[in-house]
Design a protein around this ligand. Structure first.
Ligand code: DAH
Length: 341
């Protein structure tokens, strides 16, 4: 029996598993209920009384040695597993799903506006957000005393000469006329700044898309038809438009354009305040003073211009009643907008 004990002790000491699973198999084989150690204990009952002490001690020593060896091997295997998981990871684990972001609704609507006009042959022009008085006001026929030049409406960076944050994207028209000769056909998306108290319908930063078309023989009928096409593409085939006389320093005649309310279909609701119409942009024929101030012969050329607020169109399109939602960037709001544009 001593030999069997020694033999088992040797196997315990020499046991070197190739895989972690072998350790548990080995433990069951040796220390399990039906294992070799229990078999020895069974046999121990038949040992002669005078040898019981010696053999009992050896079996005990074997049991302790086996337990310690198995514990040490298990700890080493666990450590090795942790180390390799830290460096290469478990290649069999299912991949974690990364939620795909969506474009901001203001970007979506801006892209859509630009895309509709690009189908009509317009190209995109951009300009700086920090501008001078000439590009924002003077070249656009604003008289010196015009209230828009007031500190209350405009963020000035420097006074005399005036450097300011552009209050509209019409400044990009001026830069386009400086740069190129007619025909000019551009849309100008951009961020604009006004000294406004923030509320559900106004913000001190917002986005506009400006349009300018100058060529020989451009008429008000061209303006109307282009904007009707835009309204139908933006709000659906059933959209209709109306133009109301208005005033802008840089256009003559000037108009404000309404589109039929797409929420009530023109019947009247709380968004269109019962009128069936929503105001979406300003427009008009470029004032000859503006053409001349920018070196374009107003006898030869004529043109139209228009400008719209992206937030306003996005609010109407998506039925969002509070403009501030577009600036807070709460992902629960943003996640609702998905598009390929
Ligand atoms: N610049 C005007 C605004 O910010 C919008 C506008 C109106 C632009 C008429 C135009 C236009 O080009 O012709 O309110």
């Amino acid at each position: 029996m001593i030999d069997r004990i020694n033999d088992l002790l040797k196997r315990v000491e020499e046991f070197s598993p190739k895989a972690a699973a072998e350790i548990e198999e080995f433990r069951i084989k040796i220390l399990g209920k039906k294992g070799e150690l229990n078999a020895l204990m069974e046999e121990f009952k038949t040992v002669a009384p005078e040898r019981k002490r010696e053999i009992g001690q050896r079996i005990n020593a074997l049991k302790v040695a086996a337990q310690e060896r198995i514990n040490a091997l298990k700890a080493a295997a666990q450590q090795a597993a942790e180390n390799s998981a830290a460096t290469v990871g478990d290649m069999t684990r299912p991949g974690s799903e990364e939620p795909l972001g969506t474009r901001h609704p203001i970007s979506l609507v801006r892209n859509q506006i630009v895309e509709i006009f690009s189908r009509m042959g317009y190209t995109v022009a951009e300009g700086p957000e920090i501008e001078d008085d000439w590009h924002v006001f003077s070249a656009l026929n604003f008289p010196p005393e015009h209230p828009a030049r007031d500190m209350q409406d405009t963020f000035f960076i420097e006074k005399n000469p005036d450097i300011l944050l552009r209050t509209h994207t019409s400044s990009i028209q001026v830069r386009a006329m400086e740069r190129s000769k007619p025909p000019i056909r551009i849309v100008c998306p951009g961020r604009v700044f006004r000294n406004e108290a923030i509320s559900y319908r106004a913000h001190c930063i917002f986005h506009q898309v400006e349009g300018l078309y100058i060529d020989e023989g451009v008429s008000f009928a061209d303006l109307k038809q282009s904007l009707l096409y835009f309204a139908k593409e933006m709000f659906g085939e059933n959209a209709s438009i109306r133009l109301r006389p208005s005033y802008f320093p840089f256009t003559e005649p000037s108009a404000e354009m309404d589109v039929s309310c797409n929420l009530c279909g023109g019947k009247g609701c709380n968004v269109c305040k019962g009128t069936g119409w929503l105001e979406i942009m300003g427009c008009g024929m470029v004032d000859p003073n503006v053409l001349e101030a920018n070196g374009i012969d107003s006898k030869k050329y004529s043109g139209f211009a228009f400008g719209m607020g992206v937030e306003r169109i996005a609010m109407l399109k998506y039925g969002v009643k509070d403009l501030r939602l577009y600036f807070e960037n709460d992902v629960r709001f943003l996640r609702q907008f998905e598009s390929v544009l």
